[in-house]
Write a protein that binds this ligand. Structure first.
Ligand code: NAD
Ligand code: DAO
Ligand code: ZN
Ligand code: ZN
Length: 369
């Protein structure tokens, strides 16, 4: 079949909107009509060419919502008409990672997904007879896409796909980092570094965890109004201070925060976030994805004296078993998505979504098909 898609033919160039060819689902696969997709920082990172694992030509996009059109042989958990959110971290339930119960990092299709291919080692997408790479196992910048059954979460049909698509990455990651990875306790003091879609969602998570104090940190003061609306109790711009931000936070909190979250991808800020934590018990969670080859550093004594450094992918959320409940939390009014949607655009306008992101003018743009 034909599918209208935004194709990244080469790094650092605008996406091109073309009609690609899409093969139907093979065994264990599902054809999905994507109704809406967010445009995330990680798509921009790959498109920029800075991602060493980035493959071209490819159909990017990993923050989608859609409807099942057709299922391949052996698919039992989904049927045409089901509403789904694609998962860039699948959940097979059978690999040793899934069976451990300790992680959401299912490894069952890790190798082929990283190669931009379906689990059988081939692509379903092609253009003018040449294969196109899948991206993150999802490729949501296409009106139709094929995914493994284990890479789809079935969600409430009443949930608006043009909103809950954002639960496919950014919002879930920020909230999950607080609730699952850090397990913030009521009354805790929390610092959030970086107030994009991830950091603002971490603020939502901190409110849900009933944190006592939520300190929002950003070098762009225009971010503070939204942070406060979502529940930040304090806003700090490192540029307003002559001493390092960790010293500012330690002073503000009489010894440091209980939990900090790095939501930027800056290794210097990761260090500052760790060193903002309280001696003896503070925990810092890295969410931001740093540039290829970059390394983190701190004095080991920071850890010897009781601070913990952690990281999280997709907020530790197990997509198939836990994301449907997060969609239900949104439907019950426990999670805010509307403030995260800065622009609603058509597929033809997708390059504008990247421009708005780079200009710092959007939290998320949502593309509707
Ligand atoms: P964003 O660009 O929308 O937001 C980043 C924010 O950080 C901006 O408000 C910016 O002003 C601020 N900032 C930049 N430099 C700063 C500094 N030195 N100090 C304080 N604030 C600073 O990005 P986003 O969409 O929120 O994503 C944030 C990061 O999370 C990215 O690296 C992205 O790749 C990563 N990410 C990780 C996961 C995961 O599972 N771990 C999932 C999605 C995204
Ligand atoms: O299992 O080795 C692995 C990798 C799983 C994917 C981890 C994704 C980390 C966050 C990337 C940014 C999200 C869009
Ligand atoms: Zn993302
Ligand atoms: Zn698994």
């Amino acid at each position: 079949m034909k599918s209208r898609a935004a194709v990244a033919f080469q790094p650092n160039a605008p996406l091109e909107i073309v009609d690609v060819d899409l093969e139907g689902p093979k065994a264990g696969e599902v054809l999905v009509q994507i109704k809406a997709t967010g445009v995330c920082h990680t798509d921009a990172y790959t498109l920029s060419g800075a991602d060493p694992e980035g493959l071209f030509p490819a159909i990017l996009g990993h923050e989608g919502g859609g409807v099942v059109v057709e299922v391949g042989a052996g698919v039992t958990s989904l049927k045409p008409g089901d509403h789904v959110i694609p998962l860039y971290i699948p959940e097979c339930g059978q690999c040793n990672f899934c069976e451990s119960g300790k992680t959401n990092l299912c490894q069952s299709i890790r190798v082929t997904q990283g190669q931009g291919l379906m689990p059988d080692g081939t692509s379903r997408f092609s253009y003018q007879g040449k294969p196109l790479h899948h991206y993150m196992g999802t490729s949501t910048f296409s009106e139709y896409t094929v995914l493994p059954e284990i890479s789809l979460a079935k969600v409430n049909k009443q949930a608006p796909l043009e909103k809950v698509c954002l639960l496919g990455c950014g919002i879930t990651t920020g909230i999950g980092a607080v609730l699952n990875t850090a397990k913030v306790e009521p009354g805790s003091t929390v610092a959030i570094f970086g107030l994009g879609g991830i950091g603002l969602s971490a603020i939502q998570g901190a409110v849900m965890a009933k944190a006592g104090r939520i300190i929002a940190v950003d070098i762009n003061p225009e971010k503070f109004e939204m942070a406060q609306q979502l529940g930040a109790t304090d806003c700090v711009n490192p540029k307003d201070h002559s001493v390092p931000i960790q010293e500012v936070l330690i002073e503000m909190t009489d010894g440091g925060v209980d939990y900090s979250f790095e939501c930027v991808g800056n290794v210097g800020l990761m260090r500052a976030a760790l060193e903002s934590c309280h001696k003896g018990w503070g925990t810092s969670v890295i969410i931001g994805v740093a540039g290829a080859g970059e390394e983190i550093a701190t004095r080991p004594f920071q850890l010897v004296t009781g601070r913990t450094w952690k990281g999280t992918a997709f907020g530790g959320v197990k997509g198939r078993s836990e994301l449907p409940g997060i969609v239900d939390d949104f439907m019950a009014g426990k999670i805010q998505i509307d403030p995260m949607i800065s622009y609603q655009l058509s597929l033809d306008e997708i390059n504008k979504a990247f421009e708005l992101m780079h200009a710092g003018k959007s939290i998320r743009s949502v593309i509707s098909f």
